[in-house]
Design a protein around this ligand. Structure first.
Ligand code: GRF
Length: 208
């Protein structure tokens, strides 16, 4: 076999399947929408769900769609190989966080530079950081008296909720809003927007 031409190489990288891992540890409503979004994609595959909570809702969602689930443990994630061998085994190119509460170790960020993104249920840099998740965020937003909140999609670095912002979308905070009603509103926004932004980022980064 002769050497491949630059054109052939370029063509191959354009046609290559891009394997996505979703890291999620909660109900998995975002993971579900993302999986549905890429179900018929030409070359973007949700190939793995990574979860640190046995029994989390996202596991059932993955199983019902025949997507492998990797349950991870703290010690190995933070102090050993960060499960890189498993991510390589599944040929993971890109990581999407969707309700994953652990910090991402530097070891993983170095292997996936600008290839890990997260969604946060508020307008960062407000209401981010450790322990700012779920209803804690919405409670803080309502108590602040702010008139609007929203979602932030951002790259992941070694600090919580700190990486470069990719996209934000706002929604209003109505009178009598509760953390629960606000959570529903923000979730609806996330479901509508996150899958398409993931697709746009992957397409721009992998040239396909
Ligand atoms: C979402 O609100 C997301 O912003 C945050 O965690 C929540 C996950 O919800 N990072 P779900 O498990 O996708 O329903």
């Amino acid at each position: 076999m002769g050497q491949k031409s630059p054109r052939q190489n370029e063509q191959e990288s354009v046609n290559k399947d891009i394997h996505v891992a979703i890291f999620a540890s909660g109900a998995g409503s975002n993971a579900k929408k993302i999986i549905e979004h890429f179900k018929d994609s030409k070359n973007i595959r949700v190939s793995l769900i990574v979860c640190n909570k046995p029994g989390a809702g996202v596991i059932k969602i993955a199983e019902s769609r025949n997507i492998p689930v990797l349950i991870i443990k703290k010690d190995r994630f933070f102090f050993e190989d960060a499960y890189v061998p498993e991510l390589k085994k599944y040929k993971i190119d890109f990581i999407v966080l969707a309700g994953f509460l652990w910090k991402i170790p530097v070891a993983l960020i170095e292997i996936y530079p600008d290839k890990i993104i997260n969604i946060h249920p508020a307008l960062l840099p407000k209401y981010g950081g450790k322990n700012m998740y779920g209803n804690y965020v919405h409670e803080a937003v309502i108590n602040s008296g702010d008139k609007e909140t929203g979602i932030t999609i951002h790259y992941v670095d070694e600090e919580y909720d700190n990486g470069k912002i990719i996209f934000q979308e706002k929604c209003s905070i109505d009178e009598n809003e509760t953390p629960e009603t606000l959570a529903d509103k923000v979730h609806a926004l996330e479901h509508k927007i996150y899958p398409q932004i993931i697709e746009d980022v992957i397409k721009s980064q992998f040239n396909n």
